[in-house]
Design a protein around this ligand. Structure first.
Ligand code: SF4
Length: 478
């Protein structure tokens, strides 16, 4: 699995599906794969989990496949998973439709950027999100960017996380207070979800209820999810690193989730011992649609150098990846204990943004009225889709600028865009590159060379939507 995540925050795998599950999951959910076929699928999946996590298994399987299948109680024929363990294997026409092939394609290789299909009722939020997605496309490797969900929001139901992973890509602090489902909190929660539904629409339901937290640290997590489903129409995706501690609770949560239409969830595997335990606690069938995020050192996956992992010496990261963020929300991050909101979006790790996401704005609320006011303030201050006259306009610092005879070119490591319709564009490009002019000054400069205000504004606004300008980062105190 060519995925690189080091927190259960990142919906890095393609199986976090909001808009239409992948073929295989749909078939399972619709019971088109049943009986012995279903069992075969489940054991192929379990074989993959072992293969991904266990180096000893990978190194030795081919020497005696039957023995290893027996040892791990994998009720399949070694031939069925030959494409995985035999380096010389080539698919024949007939084998293209084998479960092994379908499984590999669906679970490990399919790129989906589902957020791009989401529509929100507030046009300002929609265009702000699109602009951030455009910026991210130029800042991340396309293969990685395709796995970023750009989900519209997430809710922390505690302060911090009890698991304390050394590699936590968003530097979760130690577990503090928990937002329990008492009368006051339940009221606020429900009002908050209603307010978000009214403001942004039902598609806000593709949010989820954790970030730098583990959902299972909150004993009432399931109650919050039930409200979420009732109000926003979707049961939130769960990703947890604590399955082995609470097998009965997780079993019930999986059932609840499936009963509300959410078939995919994720377990983070922190060690081989935990994988062994989970494989003992749950049958292969029970985990048919559960995705695994392998974080154990023996796994075939690498760590993103961000958050706490970035603070470790590089030498400790034997399988470091180029991925420089695990963040997947372009929208609102709520902490219900602190009653805080942040407006965030992924970015490559930097000194300024050590956890791989930008915090554009933030504030606190005390009740639903102050939350509504705060959200409106954040939206109106940050989500202008037009250039403002009295603001400096300049290209982002990470963009390389080059003048062309008929315009200019902007490049990053992952993207080059040419704007070369007319020699006058070159002048505009140079003014923006200099970065010392306000929008109205650029408009007058262009007027002097015969470009109308409307045309200059058109170009500036269209560059704005492409996410190439430096953005203001605010902080709101309420
Ligand atoms: S410390 Fe908590 S939030 Fe961070 S990766 Fe581990 S389980 Fe996830």
């Amino acid at each position: 699995m060519n995925k690189h995540f080091n927190s259960h925050t990142q919906k890095s795998s393609d199986t976090f599906l909001e808009k239409g599950d992948n073929e295989l999951l749909v078939k399972i959910r619709e019971k088109k794969i049943t009986g012995s076929d279903f069992e075969k699928f489940c054991y192929i999946k379990r074989f993959y989990e072992r293969w991904m996590a266990d180096k000893d298994f990978r190194d030795n399987f081919s020497s005696n496949p039957a023995q290893y299948l027996r040892l791990y109680d994998l009720k399949i024929d070694a031939e069925e998973v030959k494409p995985v363990w035999d380096n010389n294997f080539i698919y024949t026409q007939n084998q293209q439709s084998s479960y092994c092939n379908i499984f590999e394609k669906n679970f490990f290789q399919k790129d989906k950027n589902l957020s791009l299909q989401c529509v929100f009722t507030d046009a300002r939020f929609q265009s702000w999100q699109n602009k951030q997605i455009n910026r991210c496309k130029s800042q991340f490797h396309p293969q990685y960017h395709n796995s970023i969900g750009h989900y519209p929001g997430c809710f922390e139901l505690s302060r911090g996380c009890s698991v304390g992973c050394w590699f936590c890509g968003i530097s979760a602090p130690k577990l503090g207070d928990i937002f329990l489902y008492n009368e006051e909190n339940a009221n606020l929660w429900r009002q908050l979800l209603e307010s978000l539904k009214n403001k942004l629409g039902e598609n806000f339901g593709s949010s989820f209820c954790y970030w730098a937290t583990d959902p299972l640290d909150n004993p009432d997590y399931e109650k919050f999810c039930i409200d979420f489903h009732q109000i926003l129409g979707k049961f939130p995706y769960t990703s947890t690193a604590q399955v082995w501690k609470y097998p009965e609770r997780v079993r019930a949560l999986l059932k609840l989730s499936i009963s509300k239409g959410r078939t995919n969830n994720r377990f983070s595997i922190l060690s081989l011992k935990i994988l062994n335990q989970i494989h003992q606690q749950f049958s292969a069938e029970e985990l048919a649609t559960v995705e695994f995020a392998f974080q154990n050192p023996e796994a075939l996956s690498s760590k993103a150098i961000v958050g706490r992992a970035n603070k470790r010496k590089q030498s400790d990261l034997s399988q470091a990846s180029e991925q420089s963020s695990i963040a997947c929300v372009t929208g609102f991050l709520f902490n219900m204990v602190e009653r805080s909101v942040k407006l965030i979006s992924p970015c490559p790790v930097s000194k300024k943004w050590p956890d791989g996401y930008i915090v554009f704005d933030q504030g606190n609320f005390s009740d639903i009225t102050s939350l509504d006011n705060l959200l409106e303030k954040i939206i109106s201050s940050n989500m202008n889709d037009c250039i403002t006259d009295d603001k400096y306009v300049k290209f982002r610092d990470d963009i390389q600028y080059e003048s062309l005879p008929n315009g200019f070119q902007l490049s990053t490591r992952f993207m080059t865009r040419k704007f070369n319709d007319s020699p006058k564009l070159r002048q505009l490009g140079e003014a923006l590159y200099a970065g010392n002019l306000m929008a109205w000054e650029i408009i007058s400069l262009m007027k002097n060379v015969g470009v109308s205000e409307a045309n200059t504004l058109y170009y500036l606004n269209s560059l704005l939507t492409k996410g190439v300008f430096e953005e203001e980062v605010r902080s709101i105190q309420t």
